[in-house]
Ligand binder design. Structure first.
Ligand code: PLP
Length: 382
């Protein structure tokens, strides 16, 4: 439904350009990888320990426990709290499947609370109503790189003596009222999936906590519950961060603040371009939240009408976009057994219909940003 026939794309670029980042640090990465290969210590060991210490410094959490993925970080955190069958954990339905998936994977029931329509995060003022005697944890997700409303969540949680597990998989480096995400709840869970702001060359994850007893348990759980070899004291799993990944992540962590700054500058650039091209009648950018430092793992706008047609129009012009997330978790088959139906979480459902994420990676050039917004501006509805 466009007024002009698509011409040959003046631009064409990826939604996320991981190669651009790799090229800028190739030498450092290859040196780090070579060091691990020369040492032949692949499971845990000095690289993992050093990276854990660096994440502790970065987040302000005393303990950091590396594991195999962000999904495993969530599972390990729940296992450390002995959450299981018959228990409930409160989370949001507008997130990646791993958040509620981890809850279900340990045998507990995900209890969904709808989102705040401005932040896309769990509506903290609705959490208390969802608490029952079976509630064993609250799992806010800092979606797209913006912290959830942690003061309200912590207040409700501590009034009911319920621990908070932060799903900070998308939010490493984000801050909430001066504090690093992942250090506010009892435990924080991070992912180093390649598309996250601190991405490995494969999978990786981390749990952070200030609680020494939990940290000890987490270290046990990731090695089959064995404190000494071949003598397990509890049922654990195999979930370690590879030494190779740790070595690569250590290199990248040194650049993370610069990359976060570049993402934030790109976001500001977009906001200016939205005004310049007068597209704010068509799309709503995320509103800044006072006291929060957003690190824009995604720059997600709301498209008031014809989201899918706009997306097709952009695609024809070589502009990449993504939809995070097209279907809220309560409507996905995996959670059909919970018995939810369309209309149960209307704000999450509306978000799934209206959101569109724009390229925001640190290396994104001004020209490309301008091309994105210009292409949005020439989307004409007949
Ligand atoms: C990526 C992600 C996870 C899972 O991390 P993996 O490392 O891919 O297992 C969990 N929660 C959220 C919100 C995520 O975006």
């Amino acid at each position: 439904m466009t007024s002009t026939a698509p011409s040959r794309s003046p631009v064409s670029f990826p939604f996320l350009d991981l190669r651009a980042q790799y090229v800028s640090i190739r030498g450092e990465i290859l040196d780090a990888v070579t060091e691990v290969l020369d040492g032949q210590q692949f499971i845990l060991g000095p690289q993992v320990e050093a990276f854990e210490k660096e994440i502790s410094l970065f987040t302000g959490c005393i303990h950091s426990i590396g594991c195999a993925s962000g999904s495993d970080a969530l599972i390990l955190a729940l296992l450390a709290l002995e959450v299981g069958r018959g228990d409930e954990v409160i989370t949001t339905p507008f997130t990646f499947v791993a958040s509620a998936g981890a809850i279900a994977r340990v045998g507990a029931k995900p209890v969904f609370v709808d989102i705040d329509q401005h932040t896309f995060n769990i509506d903290a003022s609705e959490v208390e109503k969802a608490i029952t005697p079976r509630t064993k944890a609250i799992m806010p997700v800092h979606l797209f790189g913006l912290a959830s409303d942690m003061n309200k969540i912590q207040d409700v949680a501590s009034a009911h003596r319920i621990p908070v597990i932060e799903d900070a998989a998308q939010a490493i480096g984000a801050r909430y009222q001066g504090r690093a995400v992942g250090s506010i709840g009892l435990m924080g869970c991070f992912s180093f999936f390649p598309s996250k702001n601190l991405g490995a060359a494969g999978d990786g994850g981390m749990v952070t906590t200030g609680d020494s007893r939990l940290a000890d348990k987490l270290r046990l759980l990731r090695v089959h519950g064995a404190r000494t070899k071949y003598d397990s004291e509890t049922l654990g799993m195999n979930s370690r961060l590879d030494a190779l990944q740790a070595a690569i992540l250590r290199v990248k962590l040194r650049h993370l603040n610069d990359w976060s700054l570049a993402r934030r500058n790109n976001a500001l650039g977009y906001f200016e371009l939205f005004r310049e091209f007068r597209v704010e009648t068509m799309i709503t950018p995320p509103a800044p939240v006072p006291g929060s430092v957003h690190i824009y793992n995604q720059l997600t706008v709301r498209v008031k009408e014809h989201r899918n047609a706009l997306r097709d129009h952009l695609k024809e012009r070589g502009i990449p976009t993504e939809i995070y997330y097209p279907k809220p978790l309560h409507l996905q088959n995996v959670f059909a057994y919970l018995g939810h139906r369309l209309g149960d979480f209307p704000k999450s459902e509306a978000a799934s219909r209206e959101v569109m994420s724009l390229p925001i990676y640190p290396e994104l050039t001004e020209d490309r940003q301008r091309a994105v917004v210009a292409a949005i501006a020439d989307f004409d509805q007949e």
